[in-house]
Design a binder for this molecule. Sequence first.
Ligand code: HOZ
Length: 429
Amino acid sequence: MSVEKSAELYKEALRIIPGGVNSPVRACKSVGIQPLFIERAQGSKLFDVDGNSYIDYVGSWGPMILGHGNPFVNRALSLAIERGTSYGAPTEREIELARMIVEMVPCVDVVRMVNSGTEATMSAIRLARAFTGRDMIIKFDGCYHGHADSFLVEAGSGVATLGIAGSPGVPKDVIRHTLSIPYNDSQKFRRVMSDLGDNVACVIVEPVVGNMGLVLPAPGFLETLREVTQIHGSLLVFDEVMTGFRVAPGGAQERYGIMPDLTTLGKVIGGGLPVGAYGGRKDIMEQIAPQGPVYQAGTLSGNPLAMTAGIETLKQLKIPGFYESLFKKTDTLIKGLGEILNRLGIPARASCVGSMMGLFFTDREVLNFQDAKTCDLKLFSAYYRGMRDKGIYLAPSQFEAGFMSAAHSDEDIAVTLAAAEDVLTKIKD
Ligand code: HOZ
């Protein structure tokens, strides 16, 4: 497969864009290959500038739950664009999307739109700090909540992919208020909270982690977070930027039946346009300006095009059978992959929840970041490169999740499994 034009573009990009990319993982550094430059996308497929096509399991890192170029989203966007691209003033569409989110996500009484997941999480912790009058936050190793200073402590996603602990430029004074502890360790959490809980503004967690690869909550873990935060008057924030509308219509809080105080959203609610949101209990959200004193603002927040894409996307999630079909496809792919790995005797763990997927090259159960970091990264790189060569587009990092879309066909899944069988057989030999 020739990727000459991509290589040329990458060379040019390297000259004028840091690392040639606008978000680090896409540079494909950890898998020892150059990035592809994408020309267009349709349905389940991406098409690169060299004319190659790929079955896409990245889905723009989660938003494309309907697949690319969904005709309803596209039509609504074409009409919307005729009415202007940004007003910086209230619109009816903001209310419509907010209403849909309030209806679907259990803990959300009131919601504020922002432009990215990072904005959503940094605003949520400011609000939690203001509401509780406390500074300290607890997060979990390997969870990634965007790139705001307070979160770059033992973070997953790109930080884990690059193998760094945090980032220069983050003041020590800021992160001394952040404590990061192991995910899925209820006992440790209880201990830490019994020592420090009364100083903790909030505990923020990816209820199902997608940013250290896919890691599911152990039975009782989320329940413990809820119970103990309540005892200490700390807020529980579910970061559902990835899991929102992905693991259940109402996200992980619906799937696991745990009610956080606040939740952050992004990805799917923008239908492929840049959107984030944070929402939750009315008495907390009322603290946000201009209703309350906690300041947060944004020129493009509630952008009419982004709201339109979000509304049209969420509408389609309500079609009867949507989730059954999406989850079944995810399950078929992951079960098939598991069988291949088993048959070939390759130590690996393939798992899924809802429409999110993960594959770790290890024989141990992955319950936390420590476990995830023991994976065979060389094997992952070989698998990634082999799959891409066969037209299967995966996230170029062991520390990211994969995403199924409604546009993936049974044939896509069969082709993907055949490719995996081939690549893994060669790796094994
Ligand atoms: N960090 C995001 C995924 N977990 C986005 C990666 C990218 O866009 O390159």
